[in-house]
Design a protein around this ligand. Structure first.
Ligand SMILES: Nc1ncnc2c1ncn2[C@@H]1O[C@H](COP(=O)(O)OP(=O)(O)O)[C@@H](O)[C@H]1O
Ligand SMILES: [Mg+2]
Length: 241
């Protein structure tokens, strides 16, 4: 079996000294679209930040692409869309991408093609501060994909995007995954969770289920993924109380 792109073993993550994520043990193979699904505050962003080396890992170990999370050599190989921000409001979209391209020493063709993919070309010379929420999100996405990373970590990527763009983005994700790129995507939109190859359902910092969407539905004898996930979360809440 090939080495997984992501592997964590018994990881505990804390924020402000408080344990947020416990016993995180996951493996993600290459070319997979992996969904982190769970209610607000369940720990999705905390996990993604730890993958990027942001926030110390309190215990356990986390490896990405054969290196410890946060290792300098990973920067070029990972594209990250943070939940908030990740763009420079005072620059134009094109300038944000050009700046990233100079850091990564990426060809300027990639600036144009990334802007184009995110349908930003007509507004690429407007300052980011003047763009709408969905447009800013697309600038962040264009920045995350610019250097053609092996692994994309996207924290709620489609917030503010209209249904057509959402659809287009997920079609693009599938194409990338087919060509070997690995995507870790957090979402609470069930229509999107359905499109992942595998899902980790997170509740209060714990993975309560790990499976393909189809298998999750089958095991919960649910009519759809939303019902399956709600059942899992309710069962977990009953266990805890
Ligand atoms: N700096 C912090 N100090 C203490 N708790 C925090 C801090 N940042 C986030 N949290 C808490 O960590 C939990 C998980 O947050 P987060 O990972 O952002 O969840 P999600 O992305 O699933 O909505 C929440 O309960 C949140 O309030
Ligand atoms: Mg979050």
């Amino acid at each position: 079996m090939t080495t997984p792109v992501f592997r964590s073993n018994n990881v505990e993550l804390r924020r402000g000294g408080v344990p947020i994520v416990r016993n995180l043990s996951l493996q993600i193979p290459a070319g997979c679209i992996f969904g982190l699904v769970g209610p607000s505050g369940s720990g999705k962003t905390t996990i993604m930040r730890a993958m990027m080396g942001l926030g110390a890992i309190h215990s356990g170990d986390m490896m990405l692409l054969g290196q410890k999370a946060g290792h300098q050599s990973l920067r070029r190989r990972i594209g990250y869309l943070p939940q908030n921000g990740g763009v420079w409001p005072d620059l134009t979209s094109r300038e944000c991408l050009q700046f990233m391209a100079s850091i990564y020493r990426t060809s300027s063709h990639r600036v144009d093609s990334s802007l184009d993919l995110m349908e930003l070309t007509p507004i690429a010379d407007r300052t980011v501060a003047t763009l709408s929420g969905g447009e800013v999100r697309r600038v962040g996405l264009a920045m995350a994909i610019l250097h053609e990373p092996d692994l994309l970590v996207l924290d709620e990527p489609t917030i503010g995007l209209d249904p057509r763009l959402r659809r287009k983005l997920w079609d693009t994700f599938a194409t990338w995954a087919e060509s070997g790129t690995t995507l870790v995507v957090s979402t609470h939109v069930m229509d999107e969770a359905r499109l992942c190859d595998r899902i980790a359902v997170i509740s209060e910092g714990k993975v309560v289920a790990l499976d393909s969407p189809g298998e999750l539905v089958r095991r919960q004898s649910a009519v759809d993924l939303e019902e399956a996930i709600l059942r899992l979360l309710e069962a977990e809440a009953t266990n805890v109380s």
